[in-house]
Design a binder for this molecule. Structure first.
Ligand SMILES: [Zn+2]
Length: 310
């Protein structure tokens, strides 16, 4: 049986079609349509149409930036037109195939644990630093999603109060409604808020503004960069006390742009009490890891992980 892994993001949608051996056959990427649910479902069907031609026995996994509620609704604050408007049944009817759905960061972590940087490692924690911060924990090659499917929702845990005090930072309101969530400090958005705070800017700057200031070695821009990686070290330390991972895999646009790994490891060491080791930290290896994870969720078997490519 062939498998289609679809990754629906806030800005782009990407899919990969895999044959029965797990070899990659087709890959497609386009901007995610901003449409009302019914038109959006029609758009999704058209987007994946080339894959749907490949046989009547196709299984489909979909990764999306949110959670499936107990009522079966897709909740995704980064997809405002679809948030709480779509059900799994609606996706299945639109695509006319069996569909499974899961959180994009958790599925990406599963793919990294099975096929990427965590291959062969028993306890793998994945953290993705994009606009926000997502995570996923895998044990023995299996994804742990928890009772309600919100396990490892790292971005909406509270940032360590000791770190906030050390850095003399206030509690910032998160899009989820809570105060002081981790992703308000340790993420792409976090970097910009840290810079805004350090530079006393009246509004949140664009990424380009921070990049120019960083290139010019402006102290506030450098300070925000240091705080970001120091904060990540504290976040990893907190996760160690929950999951005790052997390996932490980091991914996402913020990490791809450059990471001060030494700073992360040193901060993690300072944040852990004596006798607890800092885990090995590696960068993610897979491109399109959420597509691979969505395919895994749908039941894809990858006979030869080393043959993966896209
Ligand atoms: Zn939050």
């Amino acid at each position: 049986m062939w498998t289609l892994g679809v990754d629906i993001g806030a800005t782009k949608t990407e899919w990969m079609l895999f044959d029965a051996s797990g070899a990659w056959v087709l890959h497609h990427r386009e901007a995610t349509a901003a449409l009302a649910p019914n038109q959006w479902l029609a758009w999704l069907r058209q987007c994946v149409a080339p894959a749907l031609l490949h046989g009547s026995r196709l299984r489909i996994g979909i990764a999306f930036p949110g959670v499936l509620s107990k009522q079966g609704l897709l909740r995704a604050s980064n997809l405002p037109l679809l948030d709480g408007q779509l059900t799994l049944d609606m996706l299945q009817q639109a695509l006319a195939f069996d569909v499974t759905v899961g959180n994009d960061c958790r599925l990406a972590g599963w793919a990294e644990a099975r096929l990427g940087a965590g291959r062969g490692v028993d306890k793998v924690l994945h953290l993705r630093l994009g606009t926000g911060l997502g995570g996923g924990f895998c044990l023995g090659g299996q994804l742990y999603s928890g009772h309600q499917g919100v396990a490892c929702e790292v971005g909406h845990q509270g940032m360590a109060s000791a770190w906030l005090a050390q850095q003399q930072l206030p509690l910032w309101r998160c899009g989820c409604g809570q105060l002081g969530c981790v992703e308000q400090y340790v993420s792409g958005r976090g970097l910009l808020q840290l810079y805004q705070h350090a530079a006393h800017l009246p509004t949140m700057p664009e990424l380009m503004q921070w990049q120019l200031a960083f290139a010019a070695a402006e102290p506030a821009a450098l300070k925000a960069w240091q705080q970001l990686w120091d904060g990540l070290g504290w976040v990893i330390a907190g996760q160690q006390l929950a999951f005790d991972a052997e390996l932490v895999v980091l991914s996402g646009g913020v990490v791809a742009a450059g990471i001060d790994l030494d700073a992360v490891q040193q901060a993690c060491r300072r944040a852990l009490f004596s006798g607890v080791e800092v885990p090995t930290i590696r960068l993610a290896q897979l491109a399109n890891s959420s597509c691979y994870g969505a395919a895994l969720l749908a039941g894809a078997v990858f006979n030869d992980p080393s043959a993966r490519s896209a």
